[in-house]
Design a protein. Sequence first.
Length: 226
Amino acid sequence: MSETTPIVSLKGLRRTFEQGDTRIEVLRGVDLDIQPGEIVALLGPSGSGKSTMLQAVGLLEGGFEGSITIGGSRAEQLSGDGRTALRREHLGFVYQFHHLLPDFDARENVVMPQMILGTPRADAVARADSLLTSLGLGHRLSHRPSQLSGGEQQRVAVARALANRPTLVLADEPTGNLDEKTADAVLEQFLALVRGEGSAALIATHNERLAARMDRVVRLKEGVLV
């Protein structure tokens, strides 16, 4: 990969939790650069700190030490509103559970984040329909989450994450709740869509086989990347 400015750069990232008199160091100085368009697997067993690291990169909570630079902006130097704007402009999220809005159909679940960002409704609907159709859900646009299978729900979550054309998609065990066959299909479509959109991605998983399908694998062990 040619030398470019990383879309995300972590320097000395630390996260410590206090439980009574016990001090637990979950992240102990994580350094990581992700280039534009690069798909990186974050591999590690359950409890290794993968979700904590994604929460840090996603600017979802405080309490971290170190530097997080996204799209050229130092997150720790921004106000709360500034971090929110940075998150909306650059980041998309896919979780292990889809977290779809139950009272809205598939199309509206993908339209909603676009309208929050200020996209005109007609453009948001066109974008939603295009993404969902590319994921094989063109015939399910008007179905609510309760009417969709687990794999279909997760495909909607993938479309929602990419709706605002993020420069970086963060995914936390995105196929962890699916059976192996469905997980393989969803991941294949997810990776193809991310690559087609030109986004970068950091995907946490404990599955070596799935991780091998990504551009690069980094391993979190005892709070550092190895």
